[in-house]
Design a protein around this ligand. Structure first.
Ligand SMILES: Nc1ncnc2c1ncn2[C@@H]1O[C@H](COP(=O)(O)OP(=O)(O)O)[C@@H](O)[C@H]1O
Ligand SMILES: [Mg+2]
Length: 249
């Protein structure tokens, strides 16, 4: 098997103050996969992602990104993250937001400007190039967040609830962007609360709760394993602590 995009081994995260958000989590995401991470609020999804992106210190365990330790420059350059919270710099316009991000990842200024122009075209932000973040609509901010995550052409794109609170049309638009990205060979790790979104987009789904992995399979595999008709039924059963019935899991 080729090197996985993400290899998380026995990951434990205990926050200052003593709360343990991840209890020895193991997770592998194959290169090129469209992978969904599902679980209720507080399951540890954002904690896991923050650990992968080296935004928080892990308590123990290991994380490799395409075979490189997650703290290495190599790993950090391989990952593009669109965070759950819209964290745009209010003093930067759209173009600056993108170009500065490119600079942060070591892109030459001319390359960063070219790539920024490309991203503004793809995400329909060209007309807003000189507009600062606070003057953008919510939908534009979401698109900018995604454009920024893609600036340095990461091989693994992590999207933390990219469609939370997003209207129906933009949701479809974001799906379309993300699908295309996946078709081009990018590995996608998506967290979401929308089961139909996971079902529609993801080849494989991991269910987590209380900082532990409950199950991991395709939507079909999960339905079979939980003897459930819909993914919603799977979700309810898994979160209630039911064990998969089949051997597949
Ligand atoms: N900085 C922090 N300090 C203490 N506890 C935290 C911190 N961040 C998150 N937590 C706790 O860790 C658990 C998992 O949170 P999170 O990873 O944000 O879950 P999810 O993204 O799945 O909703 C929650 O109980 C949350 O309150
Ligand atoms: Mg979260």
């Amino acid at each position: 098997m080729s090197t996985p995009a993400l290899d998380v081994r026995r990951l434990v995260k205990t926050y200052d103050g003593g709360f343990t958000a991840l209890h020895g989590l193991d997770l592998q995401v194959p290169a090129g996969a469209f992978f969904g991470l599902l679980g209720p609020n507080g399951a540890g999804k954002t904690t896991l992602i923050s650990a992968v992106c080296n935004l928080i210190r892990v308590s123990s365990g290991e994380i490799d990104v395409f075979g490189a330790p997650h703290t290495s420059m190599e790993a950090r350059a391989a990952v593009g993250l669109a965070e759950q919270d819209v964290n745009l710099d209010r003093f930067l316009d759209v173009e600056e937001t993108l170009v500065y991000h490119g600079g942060y990842f070591g892109m030459a200024r001319s390359d960063a400007r070219r790539r920024a122009a490309e991203m503004m075209d793809v995400f329909d932000l060209r007309a807003k190039a000189k507009v600062r973040a606070p003057a953008l609509s919510g939908g534009m901010r979401r698109r900018l967040l995604l454009a920024r995550a893609l600036m340095h052409e990461p091989r693994l794109v992590i999207l933390d609830e990219p469609t939370a609170g997003v209207d129906f049309e933009l949701r479809l638009e974001l799906w379309d962007y993300i699908r295309r990205l996946h078709q081009q060979g990018t590995t996608i790790l998506l967290t979401t609360h929308y089961l139909e979104e996971a079902e529609e987009l993801c080849e494989e789904i991991a269910l987590i709760r209380g900082g532990e992995l409950l199950a991991r399979d395709s939507a079909d595999g999960l339905r079979a394993a939980y003897d459930a008709r819909t993914l919603a039924d799977v979700y309810v059963k898994a979160m209630a602590g039911e064990q998969p019935v089949g051997a597949a899991s």
